[in-house]
Design a protein around this ligand. Structure first.
Ligand SMILES: O=C(O)c1ccccc1NCC(=O)[C@H](O)[C@H](O)COP(=O)(O)O
Length: 216
């Protein structure tokens, strides 16, 4: 049975990082984007990063960040994965991929089938695509679901994950319906914008693993 990958995104405190690790998350996401309620200054992100054991991967999220600032963030935080969540183009991803050992993920806002097809242009330059709802008030973390039906007949050219509006009550359906190898949630695990609920983190991880187990 393949391991269900689970990313808990937008963690901002030691308690919630520990809760995600204890609940069995495989990835934790740290957002460095000032307009987000989940924004972490570099120094704070670097401190949280040190709490994460090696078997859990740290994903740094940035949005249209300049190369010099990106280099500084990578140096300070030392993530395992860089997730680009803005309008970054394939050339920009290629530059990062060819100049570092990092995994590079690209978030794709999926508003229709055309957006999904267009994501193929990242096939040679990303290690994984994260399919999310199209940008709302923020580029991500809006609690909006994409139309899962769009994923059903798509021929994935590289590893992928499903994000957007997931929480404990629908992640099982999402996995059963789309067979997503990775599920990613943020606002559905909060009691207020930017405030993660450790009970919801645990329930999300349990529900995701249970759905995968039942499909084996
Ligand atoms: O979470 C944010 O605030 C955020 C801000 C800017 C870019 C990306 C952001 N989050 C990206 C994520 O990976 C979220 O987990 C993903 O968009 C799903 O969010 P949600 O629908 O709230 O579960």
């Amino acid at each position: 049975m393949p391991e269900q990958l689970i990313k808990i995104c937008g963690l901002t405190t030691p308690e919630t990082v520990d809760a995600a690790v204890d609940a069995g998350a495989t990835h934790i996401g740290l957002v460095h984007f000032e307009k987000s309620p989940r924004h972490l200054p570099l120094e704070d992100a670097a401190k949280l990063r040190t709490r994460v054991p090696p078997h859990v991967k740290v994903v740094l999220l940035t949005v249209n960040m300049q190369p010099k600032d990106t280099a500084e963030a990578l140096q300070e935080i030392q993530p395992d994965v860089l997730q680009l969540h803005g309008r970054e183009n394939p050339e920009w991803l290629a530059l990062i991929k060819n100049n570092s050992k990092l995994e590079v993920w690209k978030a794709i806002g999926v508003k229709d089938a055309a957006a999904l097809e267009k994501s193929d242009r990242f096939a040679d330059v990303a290690h994984r695509l994260i399919y999310d709802a199209a940008a709302g008030a923020l580029p991500g973390g809006n609690g909006l679901a994409l139309d899962w039906r769009l994923l059903l007949n798509h021929r994935h050219k590289l590893p992928w994950g499903l994000a957007g509006g997931l929480g404990p009550s629908n992640v099982g359906d999402a996995i059963r319906y789309t067979d997503a190898p990775l599920v990613d949630a943020s606002s559905g695990l909060e009691s207020a914008p930017g405030v993660k609920d450790t009970g919801k983190i645990r329930a999300f991880c349990d529900a995701a693993r249970e759905a995968r187990r039942a499909m084996a």
